[in-house]
Design a protein around this ligand. Sequence first.
Ligand code: ADP
Ligand code: 5GP
Length: 190
Amino acid sequence: MADGSGRVFVITGPSGVGKGTLIGKLLKRVPELELSTSATTRSPREGERDGRDYHFLGTAEFERRVEAGDFLEHAIYAGNRYGTLREEVERRLRAGRSLVLEIEVQGGRQVRSAMPEAVLIFIAPPEPAALRARLEGRATDSEAEIAKRLRTAELELEAQPEFSHVVVNDDVQKAAAELERLVREQLSLQ
Ligand code: ADP
Ligand code: 5GP
């Protein structure tokens, strides 16, 4: 909150719960928000573009930037590294802009420690079995990758009580409306 007006929203929750879907709707409905582009060592999926979907970094470059203190938070997820570059956050806050970080749970905890004023929102599935169905339906990951993500999801679901705001993504329109209401309230927007 460099000049006191920009806010940081962390949106977390297990893979396949619908974070990306809900954030896409949120960004259209609340133009005051910008999405931080994370760095990762994962390979790009079909259609993903460097600098837009992620900053795709090699492992050595990612590690160099960890050593340089360039990350606000970083974590290992399903065998790959992910992190939020400080510059992504700081340049927006300096300009008085609010932003969304779409990150997993370990990163969410680190942001909570580093920026206690950040708003942390956990997106939960209506029931755990929905995650497999949604990841299979999305069809972007191999069966082995889905299995890894579902194992991680069990731990992530246990972390839900650590987050002060929880939005259950059952009906996507209802969840999007609830997320929008929550964000507008925090930004003191109508
Ligand atoms: P995440 O970003 O959390 O990994 P995605 O937004 O990619 O999840 O959603 C995973 C899949 O589930 C996508 O195919 C998406 O269209 C679908 N999906 C999202 N929300 C719902 C919902 N409420 N009900 C059913 N399917 C959903
Ligand atoms: P995916 O490979 O599906 O794009 O992302 C896998 C997981 O990494 C998701 O839970 C996503 O939210 C998380 N993730 C994406 N970017 C970051 C980041 O910068 N930091 C952390 N900690 N997690 C991230």
